[in-house]
Design a binder for this molecule. Sequence first.
Ligand code: SF4
Length: 157
Amino acid sequence: MTMHMLAPMPSYSIIKTNSFQMRSPTSIVDVDRLDSWTRYKPGMCDSCAANCCTMPVEVKMADLIRLELVDPFEAEHEEPKQIAKRLMKAGFIDHFNFKNSIFTLARRSSGDCQFLDAKERHCTVYAKRPTTCRTHPQVGPKPGFCPYGALAQSRAK
Ligand code: SF4
């Protein structure tokens, strides 16, 4: 499952991954199984193990600039594919879609986003997080639903 962002409104699609290897050890729901998702309610994130942060996140150049992975000058003067090459080499992105200039943020072997605090399950770049993360779960594979999994339960595993 991928958190896509395509202008003007983000959309989503499924990317086949090795879900066994990419599954976070604290995840207690299968993020790829939409029927296991929970209807989102305000406040839910406070007790969640951040399962949404184990899905691949697709971002645009503006997100990478906000995350300070790309300098605005570089974005203006360098070809996106060259920037993608640099970011991939540095381990910041996993994939670059040449056709629509969409980058996929790199994840750890656990499946966690590189910006997730693996223990506390908090985003370490929250103020600068990508648009895809900001619009989840209003926009997503199942709008209004998320792969909620209680933090206490996952820690007890
Ligand atoms: S950038 Fe932050 S909110 Fe977005 S997936 Fe990564 S840890 Fe989660």
